[in-house]
Design a protein around this ligand. Structure first.
Ligand code: MLT
Length: 303
């Protein structure tokens, strides 16, 4: 029997697929760090989403561990180098949630440009704030896409359909239809909206900071549905207060849930719209993520 532990929520259909294999001994209770560490020596396949931090310490305990399955895109919660050293395969599902994240990015952009969240809150509080909520169109504006991978490309396609000019920066991509590839400085200079679709790495950590914000257009709108850590949130807070950045639309935070002092004051600003890391949280994305991951695991196990 192959011992498989699913530590974060997995789509039901994917879970049933795992259950259908008699070779697998399955458990799925969410365990916090200490209990998971105790279980690690027995596990051969560990499946997580973003909540479980698969640290070097945890991996060291995985004496029989063969596969870490990440139901999603980002690998920043997994010590991939530690896994590699031990010959443990790390499997993820890079494209499965791309459309969902791209659609949420658009929702965030529109919400920031048209005050949808503020309008909702005001109406619920009995306020008719029509005069205060004049926004602007996306049509004719320039969108700067940082990171033109699977998600960035889906965002670019939708922006073109909205009549936006799209520029993008990605060191690994040289061209994409309808998009002008530029360097970062040019992207900062010309963009009315900037959206981030990069993984969190040593190179991207705090890439949006006081210096990069200074290069941006006055009144730029920043959208982030990638990882909170790519933005220095203290710098963003200051730029939102002095209106250098007109608005920020954030699905992700360096600290999640974002309830420490810095994140709390950021969220209180009227020019911030925010969602609780729900980019991939759609029925369709979770179904694709779950199915794709389980199929990859079966292939790896040869079952
Ligand atoms: C991802 O990396 O796939 C997303 O951030 C979604 C998630 O894990 O919740």
């Amino acid at each position: 029997m192959i011992r498989v532990h699913v530590n974060d929520p997995l789509d039901q259909e994917a879970f049933n697929l795992l259950k259908s294999k008699s070779q697998l001994d399955l458990s799925s209770e969410h365990l916090e760090k200490d209990k998971l560490t105790t279980l690690m020596p027995q596990i051969e396949v560990l499946i997580v989403r973003s909540a479980t931090k698969v640290t070097r310490e945890l991996i060291e305990e995985g004496k029989k561990l063969k596969i870490i399955g990440r139901a999603g895109v980002g690998l920043d919660n997994i010590d991939v180098a530690a896994a590699k050293e031990k010959g443990i395969k790390v499997l993820n599902t890079p494209g499965a949630s791309a459309i969902s994240v791209a659609e949420l990015t658009f929702g965030l952009m529109l919400s920031a440009a048209r005050h949808i969240a503020r309008g909702t809150i005001d109406l619920k509080n009995g306020l008719w704030s029509k005069k205060e909520l004049e926004g602007f169109e996306l049509f004719g504006k320039t969108l700067g896409v940082i990171g033109l991978g699977m998600i960035g490309k889906e965002v670019a396609k939708r922006a073109i359909a909205f009549g936006m000019t799209v520029v993008a920066y990605d060191p690994l991509v040289s061209s994409f239809e309808g998009v002008k590839m530029v360097n970062l400085d040019e992207l900062y200079t010309v963009s009315d909206f900037i959206t981030l679709h990069v993984p969190l790495t040593e190179n991207t950590k705090h890439m949006i900071n006081t210096q990069s914000i200074a290069k941006m257009k006055n009144g730029v709108i920043i959208v982030n549905a990638s990882r909170g850590g790519v933005i220095d949130e203290e710098a963003l807070y200051n730029a939102l207060v002095n209106k250098k950045v007109a608005a920020a639309a954030l699905d992700v935070f360096e600290v999640e849930p974002p309830f420490d002092d810095l994140r709390k004051k950021l969220l209180q600003l009227p020019n911030v719209v925010a969602t609780p890391h729900i980019g991939a949280s759609t029925f369709e994305a979770q179904q694709k993520v779950g199915r794709e991951l389980v199929e990859r695991i079966f292939k790896e196990l040869g079952i």
